[in-house]
Every structure is written in C-alpha cells, then in structure tokens.
Design a protein around this ligand. Structure first.
Ligand code: ADP
Length: 310
C-alpha cells in the first residue's frame, strides 16, 4: 500500500514509529506536512498538491493533526477522503472530538458515564452553575485547552466564582465540572483500535497536582481494566466515530467517567508502558480495512459492470 502520514514533524516519536511499522510491513510511506498541502476543490477531479507536486496514488492516510491546526488539517484530510483515500480516522470524527463540549454532549446522549458538567455564558448564572455541579471543589476547563493547560481546580466557592468570572470576562468558553476527588490525581488512558482496547495505562499526577497528563509531570504504570471500563472506552470511541483513539477515563464513585477522547493519541507512553507494538497494530488495522473496502468495491454493481465491459 501507499500510505501518507499527515504530521507536522517527521521526527516525532509517534510519526517515526508509524513510518517504521509501515515500512516493516512492506508499505510505501510518506510523511506530509499538513500545512504545506494545498488543494483544488473541483467536483470531478479533486486534487492535493505539495510543494508544487501533484499528490496521487495514496491508498490510506494517517492523520496526526495537532489541535492548533485542526481547521486546516481536517480540510486537507477531507480532500484525501474526496479522492477515495482511506482515512485512519475520518475528518468529521476528528472535528467532533476536538470540541470538548460537543463530545461530552454526544457521549451523554448515549448514556456514557461523565462527571456532572455545566456550561453557561452569563456571569449572572454563575451561582446556579456552581450549585448544579455540586459546589466547590470543582474543576473549570477552558474548551480550547490541551495537555492539561486551562484545567483549574477551584477548591473553595469563592475561588470558583472568581475564576469563572475572570474567564467569562475574557470571553473564554469554559465548562465547569464536578471534581472527581476519589480518582486521587490519576486517570486511565485506553488505547482503542477498532472495537478493542489494545493497551491501557494509569497516569498518576505528581505530588501537589491533580492533573495526571504526562506533559504535566505525571507518571505511567500498567493497569488492568474492569470489563465496564473496557466497554465504556470502546463505546466512547464508536460514538465519536474514531477507529483509533486514546480514551481517558477516571475511576469515580459512580463508575468510570470519560474525560476526553483523543483522536491523535501519542504512542510513546503507551508503547513503553505496555511493551506493545501499537504502531504495528495500527498498520495492520489499516490493511484489514483497506482490504474490506477493496473487496466491497469489487462486488459493487458498477465495478462489476465496468469490468464486464472491459
Ligand atoms: P486536557 O484535554 O487538557 O488533557 P482533561 O480534561 O483531560 O484536559 O484534564 C486534564 C487532567 O486533569 C485529567 O487527565 C485528570 O487527571 C484531571 N481532571 C480533569 N478533570 C477532572 C475532574 N473533573 N475531576 C478530577 N480530575 C480531573
């Protein structure tokens, strides 16, 4: 197969591992800087260009689109989709998962466990917002934040009120969430491929910190998931429409609750902790899906007719 990886930096661990794994399985692979791809959006002959070259002949594309380039990145991915290139994750699913509020609304609709979460616009509603999530301590999250930046623990009612007021004053979109104290500063990352959790790890926040992100100094260890956690992670991935993703959940008194579903999960921490070749599993998944797609095309009446004529 000929595989494109959309990544801004070919030297990133995850990108390098995917290149290695694809090559090891005999595929041709090329890393493309998504911001250098440009497109010609015509109905009959959509095309993508790269530094003056016409990109053709790709069978599959692996999007590794950073949060800061979601808009442009998903547009490029959509163009690949228009050219019938199989996307590991579809552009629409990536856009959906990048919107924290939209994601939890979708998950809530399907009955997935979530921390009690509130969202409001007007400062006059702050009091009620705080009481709806059960009062302080509570967590305030900037919708645009990633890697734990913009996630604040307000320990008292007054602190919660002033932080929410400050964010609203800056016109920032925030959600207010029940603090899951019993998680003890740890969360669980489940790596989902297709309909399976293929690896999982527990991330523990450093002392004096409640955010367990590895970027915030958290440490990772192997963990055994309960069947409920496993099925919650797989269902969350399916609801978001993602084939491959990292589902983060917390162990709460009311069962597993989802923090977020990440459409470009980093491979470094999870490969090191689980000692599994996740990159290889991803490439194998692409091979299987691609094969199924090709078989379906062969069986389609148009293809049969064309072949019959030829
Ligand atoms: P980001 O997308 O920036 O990583 P998250 O919503 O995943 O933001 O929050 C970062 C970390 O903060 C989580 O992994 C978790 O450890 C902690 N955290 C977030 N929300 C809560 C909460 N409601 N209760 C307890 N801990 C939380």
């Amino acid at each position: 197969m000929k595989i494109a990886i959309l990544s801004r930096n070919p030297k990133l661990y995850s990108t390098m591992r995917l290149v290695e794994a694809a090559q090891a399985r005999g595929h041709q692979v090329r890393v493309l800087d998504v911001l250098r791809c440009y497109m010609n959006i015509t109905s009959h002959n959509p095309s993508i260009h790269y530094r003056g070259e016409d990109l053709t002949g790709f069978d599959a594309v692996i999007p590794r689109i950073g949060a800061s380039v979601t808009f442009y990145g998903t547009a490029v991915l959509r163009q690949f989709e228009m050219m019938n290139v199989f996307p590991l994750n579809e552009s629409v699913a990536i856009s959906r998962s990048r919107d924290k509020l939209r994601s939890i609304q979708l998950l809530a609709r399907k009955g997935i466990g979530l921390p009690v979460t509130g969202f409001a616009h007007n400062p006059d509603d702050i009091e009620d917002l705080i009481s709806q999530v059960g009062g302080a301590p509570l967590v305030i999250k900037l919708l645009q934040g990633t890697q734990g930046i913009g996630v604040v623990l307000a320990e008292t009612h007054n602190a919660a009120e002033s932080v929410i007021q400050a964010f609203m004053g800056l016109n920032a979109n925030i959600m207010v969430q029940e603090f899951i104290k019993e998680a003890g500063g740890s969360d669980i990352r489940c790596l989902v491929i297709g309909d399976k959790v293929v690896a999982s790890m527990k991330r523990q926040a450093s002392t004096c910190e409640f955010r367990s992100n590895l970027h915030r100094g958290g440490t990772a260890t192997l963990i055994r998931l309960t069947p409920e956690e496993r099925s919650t992670a797989v269902r969350a991935a399916r609801i978001m429409g993602l084939n491959v993703c990292g589902v983060d959940l917390l162990r709460s008194n009311h069962g597993p609750v989802i923090m977020e579903v990440n459409s470009s999960p980093g491979l470094k921490g999870i490969e090191a902790t689980s000692d599994k070749d996740i990159a290889d599993m991803i490439i194998q998944f692409i091979e299987k899906r691609f094969e199924t797609m090709e078989t379906a095309k062969d069986k389609s009446p148009t293809r049969t007719r064309t072949r019959g004529k030829g």
